[in-house]
Design a protein around this ligand. Structure first.
Ligand code: 0X9
Ligand code: ZN
Length: 817
């Protein structure tokens, strides 16, 4: 190997986002003041050995967020490019002079800046411009916006420049900003200097939210109830350096005692600090951890600021959001987003290890899925969300959200903004995308802040079916997730139900039952509207409903005469077949009836309360995420033929699982469900899950369809479930459970009016009151006669209730008048 002045660090094997021991030193070991990249080129290299990867990590700048073997964009010295070529490595130069590229890039921006009519978010702005712009936002919104000094960035040692101010902008509604009970969220940008979309988008979000206050009802409520703190530029001196000298600079601008310039702020936090996982102790390295946790002014000042915000709210009487009892304490800091680029992913804890699951997985999952869905809704761009053990990004020690989650109790994420890859512009997302990308961040911030004010989240494991059996027991189940440290008052969980669409709702207490709350109600007579909502109370007295705006919105169903045609929890073999026609092309991950084993794409268990089996695309978790997923084509599962002939209507329901977001090509495949009414010759699509959207990151989802909306009902109706992996690099897992079909018959009127207890030729609520007053009477009470004892057995019991219900709603016609 030829002598080079580049510092080699063979120990560093794992690296992220351009992690590199970059040539910053002159011959004397002192940091070079200016960086000239004219002897560097930007190239694409297919890195096929770990030795080559290590060499590039130490002597070039890798521009990817997911470094590793494979195609990499790199900035490398020309002589290294030549040497590699000499050894047979294919180096595809896309820009021969990296300095010329940077100069051009800067000149284009300067030219745009000088043009008239250029909007603030049409170009990437300098630190000073961002600071002045946000002063304007504060001045325009004096009632809700405040600027505060957080600290001072490390002055640019080599350039002899002073440290710049790290500042925050706080948004919160008027009058309440001293309320220590008010929850706090923090959003920071630009720990990493070259990730320009980060400070740009955080600045955009501050401005938008301030303008939405008073105009957008949801945002107004959120700002009135939550304190939002933004620190748009955490590393201002590093950021400026990327504008003036080196577009690829990542760290702060400290001259390190160990040599080299810059500490990686996002390796300088206390949780997992210097743990050897994507960390370096070499001052030249892009992942240099610094001399101690929080050794840097950027991290330390922000840590102090956030610790003060988190505080400790001790409940004296009553309690605010997060207090679960008098004398208990809680952190005010409920949420934190650390905004980076690039990769387009939402990364939850832990980062420092992929070996330990974080606490509060359910709440983390709920919020990150909501953020992902809101971002998708904003622009149609997919931001898959994952917790620590996901291969979306390899682990790293000493990162900021691990600290805010682990030590301050916030729900915290690294948000990697656009683009998805270097092909989309890498750290320099095209300026035309600043606004749409910022709209995605805005959507995520609104979700996070909205969550911060919540106490409880009620959900039901399955949606209420659109029709239910008339006059039959109906099991209701609700789950209550305790959010932000709050607790549910156990006996406060109720369902409220109403039959017939008018009058007050009945209260149905729900009792605790394995992981949730349950109650059973009797459904009203055939063809009656039944409305249901759920309610629970938090320790601080807040009442939470599901749906949230109940009773304005409620869940509804209609009673009918149902005939069960199929009810299959897949615990036994009921004639389902994989690939009946032999056309499947998948080579792995084929459908089987099995108990699934957990991976980050596959469920750890079937869906049914009883039993363990479901149909799943290879239930074995395998040695790695990619060993049991669908690969190489399509795998199909076909139901037996069901006889639906003679029915006017039929409902099919199933609970499905689908995940296509955990691999290197997320959101590339679909899960197709079809129906056939000619025994499997022709198929009609029932639904397609994916390629994007909320149902593509795993989780059991129950759905139902009216079969006659798709095909006419015949004697040979089949269903087909097709999961495929048609693109490369995708991890695809699918499963189904709890399959059922019911036909819907015509409501039969039960004639007779023995239940017309007040003899007015109608069986109505008045009769019901009389019935209920006698309910439970036995031989003693009925000695003198019980009008409600409809079957004449000297008791007013459930049998009489059935008779009563059967006649309920009858009028003069049915009463034979
Ligand atoms: O490495 C980092 O600091 C972050 N990526 S970046 O490309 N912006 O540098 C990721 C940190 C969080 N990582 C995980 N949660 N695995
Ligand atoms: Zn970053």
């Amino acid at each position: 190997m030829i002598q080079r002045k580049f510092v080699l660090n063979a120990a560093l094997v794992v690296a992220l986002c351009g992690a590199a021991a970059f040539a910053q030193e002159a011959e004397d070991g002192r940091p070079a003041v200016t960086t000239d990249f004219s002897d560097h080129q930007i190239a694409v290299i297919d890195v096929d050995t770990v030795e080559l990867l290590a060499e590039l990590e130490s002597s070039a700048i890798l521009l990817a967020c997911r470094t590793g073997l494979g195609v990499q964009h790199v900035v490398l010295p020309g002589e290294l490019a030549a040497e590699l070529r000499g050894r047979g490595v294919v180096v595809n130069t896309i820009e021969p002079d990296a300095q010329a590229w940077m100069n051009r890039d800067r000149a284009e921006r300067d030219a745009k800046r000088a043009q008239r009519g250029v909007g603030f978010f049409d170009i990437y702005r300098r630190y000073g411009e961002i600071s002045t712009f946000l002063d304007g936002v504060v001045a325009d919104h004096p009632g809700i916006a405040v600027r505060e000094v957080v600290g001072t960035s490390f002055g640019d040692d080599p350039l002899g420049l002073p440290g710049l101010e790290i500042f925050s902008i706080r948004l919160t509604g008027p009058g309440l900003d001293s309320d220590p009970m008010r929850p706090v969220v923090v959003i920071n940008g630009c720990q990493h200097a070259r990730e320009w979309i980060s400070p740009a988008s955080v600045t955009y979000v501050i401005n938008e939210l301030a303008d939405m206050y008073g105009n957008d009802p949801r945002v107004t409520e959120i700002i009135n109830e939550v304190e939002l703190h933004f620190i748009p530029v955490m590393n201002p001196n590093g950021y400026e350096y990327t504008h003036t000298n080196n577009r690829f600079w990542r760290k702060n601008r400290r001259s390190n005692a160990v040599g080299g310039v810059g500490v990686d702020p996002n390796r300088n936090w206390p949780v997992g600090w210097n743990n050897g996982i994507s960390t370096s102790t070499s001052g030249n390295n892009d992942l240099y951890v610094g001399t101690a946790p929080l050794s840097e002014p950027e991290t330390n000042s922000v840590a102090v600021y956030m610790e003060n915000l988190a505080g400790s709210v001790v409940c004296l009487d009553g309690c605010g959001n997060g207090c679960c009892g008098i004398g208990e304490s809680t952190s005010r800091l409920k949420g934190h987003l650390d905004v980076h680029s690039f990769s387009q992913v939402i990364l939850g804890p832990w980062s420092f290890t992929d070996q330990v699951a974080p606490p509060r997985v359910e709440e983390l999952t709920l919020v990150q899925d909501n953020m992902s869905a809101a971002m998708f809704d904003a622009t149609g761009f997919s931001y898959p969300a994952a917790l620590g053990d996901s291969p979306l990004l390899p682990p790293a020690g000493g990162v900021m959200p691990d600290w805010s989650f682990g030590e301050l109790g916030a729900l915290s994420w690294t948000l990697e903004m656009r683009p998805q890859s270097n092909a989309g512009g890498g750290f320099e997302l095209p300026e035309s995308q600043i606004i749409p990308a910022s709209e995605e961040l805005l959507a995520a911030v609104i979700e996070l802040a909205d969550h911060a004010r919540k106490r409880l989240e009620i959900s039901t494991p399955a949606p209420l079916a659109e029709t239910v059996q008339a006059e039959a027991p109906l099991a209701l189940r609700a789950e209550v997730l305790e959010l932000n440290g709050n607790k549910v008052v156990t006996n406060s969980v109720v369902a409220r139900t109403r039959a017939g669409g008018a009058g007050p709702f009945d209260v149905v207490p729900m009792s605790p039952e394995s992981g949730g709350f349950a109650a059973t109600i009797m459904t009203p007579p055939c063809d009656t509207l039944l409305e249901i909502y759920y309610e629970a109370q938090a320790f601080d007295g807040t009442v939470v409903r599901f749906p949230a705006d109940a009773p304005t919105s409620v869940f509804t169903t209609t009673t009918a005469e149902l005939t069960v045609v199929a009810d299959d929890d897949f615990e036994s073999d009921n004639g389902w077949t994989r690939d009946p026609e032999g056309n499947d092309t998948a080579i792995r991950g084929l459908w089987e009836r099995a108990a699934p084993g957990a991976t980050s794409a596959q469920s750890s268990a079937d869906f049914s309360a009883d039993g363990t089996l479901c149909w799943v695309t290879d239930g074995n978790p395998g040695a790695s995420l990619g060993s049991g997923d669908v690969d190489g084509g399509v795998t199909t599962l076909v139901s037996p033929a069901f006889d639906l002939s003679g029915a006017d209507a039929a409902v099919v329901r199933y609970t499905r699982w689908y995940s296509n977001t955990t691999g290197n090509s997320p959101n590339a495949d679909v899960f197709v469900i079809e129906v056939s009414n000619d025994d499997g010759i022709n198929w009609v699509e029932l639904e397609t899950v994916g390629p994007g959207g909320p149902d593509t990151s795993g989780g059991w989802r129950s759905v139902s369809f009216r079969v006659e909306d798709f095909v006419s009902l015949t004697g040979a109706v089949r269903f087909r479930f097709s999961a495929s992996d048609l693109g490369g690099g995708s991890i695809v897992e699918a499963a189904i459970d709890e399959f059922g079909i019911e036909t819907i018959g015509v409501c039969e009127t039960v004639s007779g009016c023995t239940a017309d207890l007040d003899s007015n030729s109608a069986v109505n609520l008045d009769d019901f009151s009389i019935f209920i007053a006698q309910f439970g009477n036995g031989p003693t009470e009925c000695a003198g006669g019980c009008t409600a004892d409809l079957d004449g057995n000297d008791r007013v019991d459930l049998d009489d209730f059935s008779i009563f219900i059967a006649q309920f709603g009858n009028g003069p016609t049915e009463c034979g008048l």
